[in-house]
Design a binder for this molecule. Structure first.
Ligand code: FMN
Length: 215
C-alpha cells in the first residue's frame, strides 16, 4: 500500500513563496518515487479559527455530552485532525515570521492538539501526564528564513522560536521530534551567493528526502 502525504502550507504569499517551491519539489519527487495520495491544507491562504472560550469548553466536554452547537464548534478541528490521521508523512511548510511560526500555523497547531483525540492527559502518570495518541508518522519541515544562523550552534540560534516550537508539538501529529527533519533555506533577505547556495542545497535535499520517505 503506497504511503500518503499531507502538505501543510503556511506562507501568506501565494506567489514567490520559497516554502511553496520546496513543497512542489518535494511533491513531484514523492510522486515520481511511487509515493501515494497527496493531500493539501493551506492555512497560509485560508487561516483556521483562533481558539476561544467556547472551543476550549467543547474540547474538554465528554464527547457523549456535546451539544450540536459544540459539535459545530469542533468541526474544523475534526477535519484537520482527520487529515493528519490519514497521512503517513506530513510535510509542514513553515516560513519564519518574526522569529517564530506564522500565526496561521500556530492556529492550526492549536486546533489539532485535542485532549482525548491527539493526546491523553492523566495525572496518574505523575510529572509527565501528557501522552500522544497518534503514532508512526514522519514529519519533514520545509522552511525558509530571511536571515541565517538559526541552526543549533549558529549565531542566531537563541532567536529561533520556530524549530523548537514545531519539535515540541510534533507528538500531537504522531511524529517523533527526534526523527523530524528540517530543510531550511536561509539568507533570503540578502539575495546573494550565500542565498543561492542555501537555496540549491534545500532544493536538492527536499527532492532526496521525498525519495527516502516515499518508500
Ligand atoms: C511577516 C514576515 C516576517 C518575517 N520575519 C522574519 C524573521 O523574523 N527572521 C527571518 O530570518 N526572516 C523573516 N522573514 C523572512 C521570511 O522568513 C522569508 O521571506 C521566507 O522566505 C518566507 O517564506 P515564503 O517565501 O514561503 O513566503 C519574514 C518575512 C515576513 C513576510
Amino acid at each position: 500500500m503506497p504511503k500518503s502525504l499531507l502538505i501543510i502550507h503556511s506562507s501568506a504569499r501565494a506567489n514567490r513563496s520559497l516554502t511553496r517551491e520546496l513543497a512542489q519539489i518535494f511533491e513531484e519527487s514523492w510522486t515520481r518515487s511511487g509515493g501515494g495520495a497527496v493531500g493539501h491544507r493551506d492555512v497560509g491562504l485560508t487561516p483556521p479559527a483562533i481558539l476561544n472560550e467556547d472551543w476550549i469548553a467543547a474540547a474538554f466536554t465528554d464527547p457523549s455530552e456535546l451539544t450540536d452547537a459544540q459539535k459545530e464548534t469542533l468541526a474544523e478541528s475534526d477535519t484537520l485532525i482527520d487529515e493528519i490521521k490519514s497521512a503517513d508523512v506530513i510535510a509542514l511548510c513553515a516560513p519564519m515570521y518574526n522569529y517564530s511560526m506564522p500565526a496561521s500555523l500556530k492556529a492550526w497547531f492549536d486546533l489539532i492538539a485535542r485532549v482525548g483525540v491527539t493526546f491523553s492527559f492523566d495525572l496518574a502518570r505523575g510529572d509527565t501526564p501528557i501522552e500522544p495518541i497518534l503514532t508512526g508518522k514522519k514529519l519533514v519541515v520545509l522552511s525558509s528564513r530571511g536571515e541565517f544562523g538559526f541552526a543549533p550552534g549558529g549565531e542566531r540560534a537563541h532567536l529561533n522560536g520556530l524549530d523548537p516550537a514545531i519539535a515540541a508539538s510534533a507528538h500531537y501529529l504522531g511524529a517523533d521530534a527526534g526523527e523530524m527533519e528540517t530543510i531550511a533555506i536561509e539568507y533570503q533577505e540578502f539575495g546573494d551567493k550565500r542565498f543561492e547556495t542555501s537555496l540549491a542545497a534545500a532544493r536538492s535535499r527536499a527532492k532526496q528526502a521525498a525519495i527516502e520517505l516515499a518508500i
